[in-house]
Design a protein around this ligand. Sequence first.
Ligand code: TYD
Length: 208
Amino acid sequence: MFITFEGPDGSGKSTVIKKVYEKLINDGYPIILTREPGGTPIAEKIRNVILDNDNTALDARTEALLYAASRRQHLVEKIRPALKEGKIVLCDRFLDSSLAYQGGGRHLGIENVLNVNLFATENTYPDLTLFFNISPEEGLKRVSADKKRIADRLDNENENFHHDVYNAFLKVVNDNKNRIVVIDATKSIDEVVDSAYKIIKDKLNGLR
Ligand code: TYD
């Protein structure tokens, strides 16, 4: 079972995914928690290039290809082997982030970015994706209120960028209703964790 968590910056999904992971570990499931971009040493190196605030000259297509390259490495080295061992893989961001950020935010087109990614992943789609829904305004408010968070190259993009990302996310959600479930991320952390946990349990129990 391959499960991904998606959403705009500041949606809280990274906090939620850790809590859900701990709950599922407590239930005794074999499970790993990983994230994108990154997840393996080579993929983390690619991540550093992508998110480095000094890389102002990074071209949009280069950026899309680097995310896809990092994803490829992560899939081959970590995700696939874990799935083969029968583990549940929880992944913080995957394909849909590229469709939203590079397809929408960078205006490369969702379809173009999808094609690059299908090449990279040999058509790997998650079995279940949770989309943590929060408007870009609310999300960015949370990001700037979080003093511990160091803004990366994408966090630092302007409001229009984050709007385009959000709208592309909504389109991707709408086009993939079979695998994407929307969660209201404006609720309290505990409520959001409970909803995410319940949806995953239902999926694991064959109820969805
Ligand atoms: P990260 O610090 O992991 O963000 P968050 O904690 O919000 O998930 O940084 C990842 C950034 O990279 C984030 O702004 C989203 C962006 N991103 C893309 O643009 N395309 C992608 O394919 C992925 C995986 C992430």
